[in-house]
Structures are given as structure tokens and as C-alpha cells.
Design a protein around this ligand. Structure first.
Ligand SMILES: [Zn+2]
Length: 85
């Protein structure tokens, strides 16, 4: 699992609801706007789907606290997709 700067364990992302593979959070963007998004995991158990996944844009001057909130929202939105049994 990834850890944030304070060493707290991040809320866990559930597996892909379509294939059961692992997913991860990544960031991309240019110097003005960035996006945080959920994407396929890199490991051998990573999700293989090309499904649309949650993403959220944020400004380049977004604070670390705001980014943590975005990440938390993304994880919550993603986890709602996954239905246990
Ligand atoms: Zn998948």
C-alpha cells in the first residue's frame, strides 16, 4: 500500500469491479492543471480493463490538504463501484 507524507496508511482502494485486478492512483497534467485519477495497477495482478475510471482535476497551486481530500474522494467514489459478493 502507498503511504502519504505523514506515514498514515491510505484508505485502501478496492479491486476492479470488472476483472478483480488491482488499481492505483496516479497524477498527470501540465503546469496549470493536473489530474488525479484511478488507473490500472502495475503489478502482475493489475487490472487489465480499459474502462473509464474516476478522475478529478486540480489546480497547480492546490494545497497538500486539498490534494489529500481529492484523493480520499476518488477512493470513496471508486470503492462504491465495487460490490462485495
Ligand atoms: Zn479491471
Amino acid at each position: 500500500m502507498s503511504m502519504d507524507e505523514k506515514g498514515k496508511k491510505m484508505k485502501e482502494l478496492k479491486r476492479c469491479p470488472f476483472c478483480g485486478g488491482e488499481v492505483t492512483i496516479a497524477e498527470a497534467g501540465d503546469y496549470l492543471t493536473s489530474w488525479m485519477f484511478i488507473t490500472r495497477g502495475n503489478g502482475k495482478n493489475g487490472c487489465k480493463c480499459r474502462a473509464f475510471m474516476e478522475s478529478k482535476p486540480y489546480s497547480f497551486n492546490c494545497s497538500a490538504v486539498d490534494k489529500e481530500k481529492i484523493k480520499k474522494d476518488l477512493i470513496e467514489a471508486w470503492n462504491k463501484r465495487y460490490k462485495e459478493d
